[in-house]
Design a protein around this ligand. Structure first.
Ligand code: GLU
Length: 302
């Protein structure tokens, strides 16, 4: 082959190579999420940390509610778990570069499930309290709910005092178990495992009222608009993620994730999707403006 022809062939080969490289890069871009932003670089943690162990396993198991729209709902129509707590869980999993697996964690069993290692993290509408803090650690607050009361639209109950002499449903092990005893000592408490049971019972007249966090009760009104929220806001309930006791590195990671969730605007988007769109403009709220230390003082040890 003469020299000129050799150069010619080399040039063609290089062009083909360049074209193939471009095509391959194009493919890569598509793989990174159907036109979405490419995932940010994931920090790799030492194997000795909980984050490192989760990265090794490729999975984090998170305990959420399954019957509490808009925070944690196992949606029968889609077969997917969804809600505010689920979005935050997915955000934390993404920062670790692992899959989030969700498991039902009720009010009464969420702490035992964390303590026995069945789940790695609790995101289950859980108020930060000093009593719970004895068994687990809490993240900084990621949401602030308020205590309220839900009644059928034709009910005479208009205040906490009116609960006396009536039956009130709430979840076993919830903060309301004690709060209602204090606020309405003559109310008959109906303690159940699942908030969906309270929902059924107030719809069928087996109880006169339900009391728990306003966001949980709003979820019930969305499903049945004959029910009414009294709007009492009688307690402040900062939600924290539940972390195994003493795992300071993991707590730091979860706290950093929550800060980033808030600062990136993801908190606001999540709020608008699951809560904001359902409530009037003047009742909208922003990210928590309370620290873990302050939150603990709201529910001190008795
Ligand atoms: N936030 C309250 C609590 O943690 C009520 C909601 C719930 O039961 O998860 O007790």
């Amino acid at each position: 082959m003469d020299r000129g022809r050799r150069w010619h062939l080399l040039a063609i080969a290089m062009l083909v190579l360049a074209a193939l490289t471009l095509v391959a890069c194009g493919d890569d871009d598509e793989d990174e999420g159907d036109g979405e932003e490419p995932a940010a670089e994931v920090e790799q943690f030492p194997a000795s940390t909980t984050m490192g162990e989760l990265q090794e396993a490729g999975e984090i198991t998170i305990g959420v509610k399954y019957d509490v729209p808009p925070f944690g709902l196992n949606n029968p129509d889609t077969g997917e778990v969804e809600g505010f707590d689920v979005d935050l869980g997915n955000y934390i999993a993404e920062r670790l570069g692992v899959e989030a697996t969700f498991r039902e964690a009720t009010t009464d069993n969420r702490i035992p499930l964390l303590v026995d290692g069945t789940i790695d993290l609790i995101l289950s509408t859980m108020t930060i309290t000093e009593e719970r803090d004895l068994e687990i650690d809490f993240s900084e607050p990621y949401y602030v709910a308020n205590g309220d009361v839900l009644v059928p639209g034709d009910s005479d109950i208009q205040s906490l005092d009116d609960l006396n002499g009536n039956t009130v449903c709430t979840a076993l092990g919830s903060t309301y178990q004690d709060t209602i005893k204090k606020e309405a000592p003559d109310a008959e408490l109906r303690l159940v495992d699942l908030y969906s049971e309270c929902f059924d019972q107030v719809q069928t007249g087996q109880v006169d009222a339900v009391s728990t966090d306003n966001v949980i009760l709003t979820g019930m009104v969305i499903q049945d608009d004959t029910l009414e929220l009294l709007g009492l806001d009688y307690t402040t309930e900062p939600y924290g993620a539940g972390i195994p006791e003493g795992d300071t590195e993991f707590k730091q990671f979860v706290d950093d994730s929550i800060t980033e969730f808030i600062d990136s605007g993801a908190w606001q988007e999540t709020y608008d999707e699951w809560v904001g769109q359902y409530i009037p403009e003047d009742q909208q709220q922003g990210p928590p403006d309370i620290t873990l230390k302050e939150a603990l003082k709201l529910f001190p040890l008795e």
